[in-house]
Design a protein around this ligand. Structure first.
Ligand code: TMP
Length: 223
């Protein structure tokens, strides 16, 4: 963990910042609590966040995003997501990391790159501009991309009778988002680790643990 001088000679370690990503139905939620428990068992303080949401304002925005008008303009959707994210970063994520508390984020910027940048075809130039507005600029230490065959992910979503606005999107949309996630993971293999969720849960957990242990060792060596 990187160290910060907070006052005089006092030195504080920053918390680990880990996010979980994947298309709807990829199976990420099953693993969030496991990651938190694993870190807590090793002595880390941990909080969980979700996006959109995670603050009072963010949860109201989540409701609009997931249950608002189906024909919402893609830039309106993008701005709402980033409004929710800015609140979460400044009120929750950054203050906790600065205090040495680990943050496990159920989705972060990679979700917008995949869903809005590629899925909504907003394009990477506009995405770079809106990402640049965020204060402070944060990058995850580790991101788990949960990945399942599209047919399996879609069948999981279809089991949910009350599909939200985004879950109601087309197969083509989710194909684009999934390909985008896989491409982003290839571009940043050190930060983004793909976890296939069509194996049994213990298999996925063993891989999670390997990456978590590696991150802990690396940060302790840096610290
Ligand atoms: P969740 O179901 O994982 O909580 O995510 C809510 C939905 O919001 C999911 O369909 C993905 C979508 N989403 C985006 O489209 N862009 C984003 O930046 C985020 C954070 C979520």
């Amino acid at each position: 963990m990187s160290r910060e001088i907070v006052s005089g000679n006092e030195i504080k370690m920053r918390g680990l910042f880990i996010s979980v990503e994947g298309i709807d139905g990829a199976g990420k939620s099953t693993h969030v609590d496991f990651i938190a428990t694993y870190l807590r068992d090793r002595g880390f303080q941990v909080i969980l966040t979700r996006e959109p949401g995670g603050t009072d304002l963010g949860e109201k925005v989540r409701d609009i995003l997931l249950h608002g008008a189906q024909d919402m303009h893609r830039i309106t959707e993008l701005c709402l997501l980033f409004a929710s994210r800015q609140e979460l970063i400044s009120k929750v994520i950054e203050p906790n990391l600065a205090q040495g508390i680990c943050v496990i984020a159920d989705r972060f910027i990679d979700a917008s790159v995949a869903y809005q940048g590629y899925g909504r075809n907003i394009g990477q130039d506009k995405m770079a501009k809106i990402i640049d507005l965020l204060e402070p600029k944060l990058t995850t230490d580790l991101t788990f991309l949960f990945d399942a065959p599209l047919s399996l992910a879609i069948s999981r979503v279809l089991k949910n009778r009350n599909k939200d606005r985004i879950e109601s999107e087309s197969v083509e949309f989710f194909t684009t988002v999934q390909n985008a996630y896989r491409m982003i993971a290839k571009q940043e293999p050190d930060r983004i680790k793909i976890i296939e969720t069509n194996h049994d849960i213990e298999f996925s957990r063993r891989i999670l643990v390997r990456h978590l242990d590696c991150l802990i060792r690396q940060k302790q060596a840096e610290g």
